[in-house]
Write a protein that binds this ligand. Structure first.
Ligand SMILES: [Zn+2]
Length: 335
């Protein structure tokens, strides 16, 4: 896939849903409202704001967030496909997604065959119907529906044709995007590249997204590889925290995709707020950003040792890959 300078890559932040699954993280309604405002100020496209079916506290939040004057963010409520053998409109979780009253919803469904038979305890055929009828119903209700294909990469490895059938069910039902999830976070970039390429070629007319986890340190690399192959939506959390070892670290992915790959991600003037906003979100979560994180960490542009300090003084390019001011960080000389 040839990259196009200036083409849009959308950012989908799940700090309030997947991020809240991180160990030790617990958001009050007020915390969540503050984080939505910060992400809106940064120019994030989608904020996945909670799972109203499994968490009644989220419904109180959805009522309040509707009163925020958001400039850019589209709010997303998150939930599962309908339960087996019932109609979507008879499923309480689907009804709570409508009650949340967001313009967009993210529906997660199984795309790994054994998870369907052994965990959901249903047939492969019924799972396809669960995906298509849930999405078709929500589209009918006026929602923009994103389909999170749970365990997509693992499913594609075991049974590629079934994993693609799940995507096809979602696409035909009217999904706005197909999001390929590396739910266990252990896929290698070479495999993510190969699988994403097939999906982009198979579904040329629908937006493809990636949702990756960091269990073997490749969440960020896998996100970048997917964009190189044609994915145009990246899901993650701004400060990187999330279930187990965390999600894709958006505070690094955003500047890489914008500054190094030439895509349009967030408004130029917002990029210089990246460091401040990432730290603000992390502070609200009581989970500070480690000093050595790329772009926004306190040490990201800190230089120690005579030769490095001398080099940066003569020409910053010698030891800095970007001007730190572009992401709102600063050069520090450690004497
Ligand atoms: Zn996740």
């Amino acid at each position: 896939m040839v990259k196009t300078r200036g083409e849009k890559v959308k950012i989908f932040d799940s700090t309030l849903r997947d991020g809240a699954q991180g160990e030790g993280i617990s958001f009050s309604v007020l915390d969540k409202l503050k984080i939505v405002s910060l992400l809106d100020d940064l120019g994030i496209d989608y904020v996945e704001a909670g799972n109203p079916g499994s968490n009644p506290k989220d419904l109180e939040f959805f009522e309040k967030v509707a009163t925020l004057p958001l400039k850019r963010v589209r709010l997303v409520a998150f939930g599962a496909t309908r339960r087996r053998n019932i109609l979507p409109q008879d499923d309480a979780n689907i009804r709570s997604l409508l009650t949340a009253n967001t313009p967009a919803v993210a529906i997660f469904g199984k795309s790994w065959d054994f998870q369907v038979t052994d965990v959901l305890n249903t047939t492969l055929k019924e799972n396809l119907k669960m995906i298509s009828s849930t999405i078709a119903y929500l589209v009918e209700q006026g929602k923009e529906v994103h389909f999170d294909a749970e365990h997509f990469y693992d499913g594609y490895q075991d049974n590629p044709s079934y994993a693609l059938e799940c995507l096809n069910a979602a696409a035909e039902a009217g999904a706005a995007s197909l999001v390929l999830c590396d739910t266990r976070g252990a896929s290698l970039p070479s495999f993510v590249r190969e699988a994403t390429r097939v999906v982009v070629e198979t579904f040329p007319n629908i937006e493809i997204g990636i949702h990756s986890h960091n269990d073997i340190s490749f969440a960020d690399a896998n996100s970048i590889v997917a964009v190189e192959e044609g994915a145009r939506q990246v899901q993650g959390t701004l400060a990187g925290f999330g279930e187990r070892c965390g999600n894709a670290f958006l505070a690094s992915i955003i500047p890489t995709v914008q500054l190094k790959m030439g895509f349009s991600v967030i408004p130029e003037e917002s990029l210089s707020k990246l460091t401040l906003i990432a730290h603000s979100v992390a502070e609200i979560a009581n989970n500070p950003i480690s000093h050595d994180k790329p772009y926004v960490g306190r040490s990201a542009f800190a230089h120690k040792g005579g030769m490095h300090i001398d080099g940066v003084g003569k020409n910053p390019r010698s030891f800095e890959h970007i001007d730190p001011l572009k992401v709102g960080n600063e050069r520090r000389l450690l004497m």
